[in-house]
Design a protein around this ligand. Structure first.
Ligand code: SAM
Length: 204
């Protein structure tokens, strides 16, 4: 997977490549789909959701430019695979999922893998992490119609957010940088994500 789907494309960050080689994707995939664990495609994880393809997980991690000083907010825990990858790059990961079944399963897998620097929250991630908190990095792993102000507000100065933005179907993956007086946006590539539902996402 590393050589064919990641190094063979544009994943060059050594830390991201190392972590992608360490996190066992098969742990996040049900028996029925195990043969697809290292194919470069999304795989169903229940509740009508999917675990993202390894290339996109690596690309979003690389674009987020995370290091061990960063607290990362992730919206859309899903299977917990991207969460596990982020946990090995960041100081701490705060992850929100609206389906308690998925969050609980992700918590169990990360527990089995001995990953202890992740906080889980079950609820509407389009509102951000409950309470007043700032994060150095934010990753949104479901498509937003437009990046919610609630998430921009929780991004620390100098922070980076990576999110798929646009209507259902094809979205633009963007990296948003928040500086003291301005927010700049950079287009990364076109992607296809399931929709982020909720108050500042798509309507259910
Ligand atoms: N990164 C995940 C992984 O590695 O398995 C895949 C994420 S999946 C593409 C998107 C997830 O976002 C789904 O689990 C979905 O239930 C969740 N989601 C959608 N709307 C949400 C919301 N408002 N708050 C929290 N999670 C949400």
């Amino acid at each position: 997977m590393l050589d064919r789907h990641l190094r063979g494309r544009d994943i060059t960050d050594p830390e991201v490549l190392k972590v992608m080689g360490e996190v066992p994707r098969e742990e996040f995939i049900s028996q029925a789909y195990l043969s697809q664990a290292y194919c470069d495609g999304p795989v169903p994880i229940g509740m009508g959701q999917t675990i993202s393809q390894p290339y996109i997980v690596a690309l979003m991690s690389q674009e987020l430019d995370v290091d061990g000083r960063c607290d990362v907010l992730e919206i859309g825990t899903g299977s917990g695979y991207q969460t596990a990858v982020l946990s090995k790059l960041a100081r701490r990961v705060y992850t929100i999922e609206r389906h308690h079944e998925l969050s609980e399963s992700a918590q169990a897998v990360l527990g089995r893998l001995g990953i202890g620097n992740v906080e889980f929250y079950i609820g509407d991630g389009s509102r951000g992490w409950p309470g007043e908190r700032l994060f150095e990095r934010i990753m949104v792993t479901a498509a937003v119609p437009v990046v919610p102000e609630s998430l921009i507000d929780q991004l620390a100065e100098g922070g980076i957010m990576v999110a798929p933005e646009g209507p259902g179907g094809v979205q633009r993956l963007i990296a948003l940088k928040k500086d003291k007086h301005k927010i700049t946006e950079r287009f990364i590539c076109d992607v296809r994500f399931v929709k982020l539902l909720g108050e500042h996402g798509f309507e259910e």
